[in-house]
Design a protein around this ligand. Structure first.
Ligand code: MN
Length: 128
């Protein structure tokens, strides 16, 4: 949470309705404010507009994927410092290596598991 009593804002970039609803419900129940994008392009645009405290980024998205969206966020001084956590079902070792190499701040596996999800989010908005 930020000072001044305002909730930390978390941008969820996710094209699957069920996953979006689950992430939104968990985050809002924890007192976070959420922003939502269903494509990487929209996610980058919302991140520039709102500069959220954290971005939760799906990898497989229509249009640009989450790795390209991360690259665009890092390339822009306005969004470069926002923590970005990958949220993906990619379990193969090569995929995980690619995600780590891309420069994500963290990784959450799907299906989302409540406790690790909350702990990872909390860890990345800590100090807010
Ligand atoms: Mn997806």
């Amino acid at each position: 949470m930020s000072d001044a009593g305002t909730a930390a804002r978390i941008l969820i970039v996710e094209d699957n309705d069920k996953n979006m609803k689950l992430a939104r419900d968990i985050l809002q129940a924890q007192g976070y404010a959420t922003l939502e994008a269903v494509t990487g392009e929209e996610g980058v645009r919302l991140a520039r507009e709102h500069v959220p405290d954290l971005v939760l980024m799906d990898i497989q998205l229509p249009g640009i994927n989450g790795i390209e969206a991360l690259r665009q966020l890092r390339a822009d001084a306005a969004t470069a410092a926002i923590p970005v956590v990958a949220v993906t079902a990619s379990v193969m070792q090569t995929d995980r290596r690619e995600i780590t190499a891309a420069g994500f701040d963290g990784y959450i596996g799907k299906p989302i598991s409540l406790k690790p999800f909350i702990e990872t989010v909390r860890g990345h908005v800590k100090g807010k």
